[in-house]
Ligand binder design. Sequence first.
Ligand SMILES: NC(=O)c1ccc[n+]([C@@H]2O[C@H](COP(=O)([O-])OP(=O)(O)OC[C@H]3O[C@@H](n4cnc5c(N)ncnc54)[C@H](OP(=O)(O)O)[C@@H]3O)[C@@H](O)[C@H]2O)c1
Length: 276
Amino acid sequence: MTPPPGKAPAGFSGAHAVITGGSSGIGLATARRLAAAGATVSLLARDRDRLAAAADDLRRSGATVHSRCADVADPAALTAALGELTAAAGPCDILLSCAGVARPGRFTELSDETFRRMIEVNYFGTLYALRAVVPEMVRRRRGSVVAVSSAAGLIGIYGYSAYGPAKFAVRGLMESLRAELRAHHVHVGVVYPPDVDTPALAEENQWKPAETLAISGAIRPLHPDAVARAILTGIRRRRFIICPDPGTRALVRLGSLLFPLLNWSFDRKAAAVRRP
Ligand SMILES: NC(=O)c1ccc[n+]([C@@H]2O[C@H](COP(=O)([O-])OP(=O)(O)OC[C@H]3O[C@@H](n4cnc5c(N)ncnc54)[C@H](OP(=O)(O)O)[C@@H]3O)[C@@H](O)[C@H]2O)c1
């Protein structure tokens, strides 16, 4: 049954959830939970084989799954893929913009191309997906759009001068959208994961300067399913800020009070690495 405007479908039954970056990590874990709760899921990513394997895996557990390959940084390809997915499975009820990439490194050692790519994938990839689905949600006066930012989108961290600003930009975009889409009964959420145990984190760790490793070393990564659980709760309760762990929640709530203490602690850890 179609829920009234502004209401998320109870249990997500009959909802069409589109997940960019749905073939791995947080996106795949969320797709799995949404499918188990009754949603039809559409997965979007670049690598055809990994996407097909993820879709097959979900189908084996009884899910209805569609998938398309596209680079979220390519607006024409992304919009065409999203159009095909909605033609196949109906209008998008839930968008999770999860596709993203992190390349840490020292500011002076990162290439211009890396700075550009971080913004193109993380920020513009989210923007283009939103631009493709939001008008129809506004017209239907229902839907939920959730973007994945990062704890690195809340506080500047050593080694994240390319990735961090892109995730700050995602946060800014979602804050503006929240204010605009309220009147149209469209829920807007933004997720702030800390380190999460995914293939992306394993890749990212290989690029982290020693200082960044020292700062993040003490943090035990979350399981992607813990983030997925928080995202589903966030959508059900129409939460704007979605924090999967108490540390990030504290950062959101007490940010400017905690920053001096956190910066002091981060600076000490970074300095300890440089000490002979
Ligand atoms: N893991 C963490 O510690 C962590 C912490 C905070 C925030 N995040 C954010 O969480 C999101 C998911 O990350 P994850 O850790 O789950 O990573 P992951 O396991 O590597 O999954 C990333 C997904 O995004 C897709 N993707 C990457 N670049 C893409 C592009 N240009 N176009 C389309 N799809 C693309 C990947 O597939 P293809 O490569 O095949 O395209 C894959 O499906 C990202 O936005 C990341 O920044 C992660």
